[in-house]
Design a protein around this ligand. Structure first.
Ligand SMILES: NC(=O)c1ccc[n+]([C@@H]2O[C@H](COP(=O)([O-])OP(=O)(O)OC[C@H]3O[C@@H](n4cnc5c(N)ncnc54)[C@H](OP(=O)(O)O)[C@@H]3O)[C@@H](O)[C@H]2O)c1
Length: 183
């Protein structure tokens, strides 16, 4: 059964990036790539991924525009209302609107592997509201920013399934329930 996971790092106060889309707060942290919830074993199980337009622009600016290859060999959906340039040699598919057909296409393309919701937070919330997000896996960095791009800006009930320390990070994993109703 294909699982859909929102896997990301965040600040303790729940931001993916600062207001200027900087990840400087993240790259100064230490993580053990052989430790719990590390990226290597996670990405090995992923068959397709999805991200929003800002995240796509960030990866382009920090990898592709610096002469590096697009980092993901698996099909990548980018949700956007605009018409951004594709990346040569990368399997990137642009879509907009309802995430349900996107999810169905990702499952079909993933060859039985799992799906990664890269972010941002509104996109992950769209998947969760549609009942299409199984899991939230966050590496919490020991820093607060006070403002920035939110991790998950809508209310959901979660069930804690794993807690681990990896280097500077508190790594937490949750099953995603339905919308939080306060009762
Ligand atoms: N800490 C981490 O590990 C981590 C992980 C992921 C991302 N990030 C960073 O966090 C920031 C996230 O940026 P963000 O909060 O702006 O989120 P985002 O999801 O990257 O981008 C949001 C934009 O995507 C487009 N979009 C999203 N859903 C759409 C839909 N259903 N249909 C059409 N377009 C849609 C819209 O742009 P348009 O309408 O303009 O097209 C929207 O403004 C970025 O700086 C990224 O680099 C960090």
């Amino acid at each position: 059964m294909t699982r859909t996971t929102y896997y990301t790092a965040a600040t303790l106060d729940g931001f993916l990036a600062d207001e200027h889309d900087s990840l400087d707060w993240l790259f100064k942290q230490h993580i053990d790539e052989a430790g719990p919830m590390a990226y290597g074993p996670f990405i090995a199980g992923i068959g397709a991924l999805v991200m929003g337009a800002t995240t796509y622009a960030w990866i382009r600016a920090h990898h592709v525009d610096r002469g590096e290859a697009w980092p993901y060999p698996m099909p990548t959906w980018v949700l956007t209302h605009r018409d951004p340039a594709p990346v040569e040699g990368a399997d990137i598919r642009f879509a907009r609107g309802d995430v349900r057909p996107v999810h169905a296409a990702m499952v079909a393309a993933a060859g039985g592997k799992d799906l990664w919701v890269v972010g941002g937070g509104d996109l992950a919330a769209d998947f969760a509201e549609a009942g299409l997000l199984d899991e939230l896996c966050v590496q919490l960095a020991p820093v607060t920013l006070g403002a920035g791009r939110p991790l998950l800006p809508r209310p959901f009930d979660l069930r804690l399934t794993e807690v681990a320390r990896n280097g500077d990070f508190a790594c937490v994993r949750y099953d995603v329930g339905g919308p939080y109703r306060g009762d």
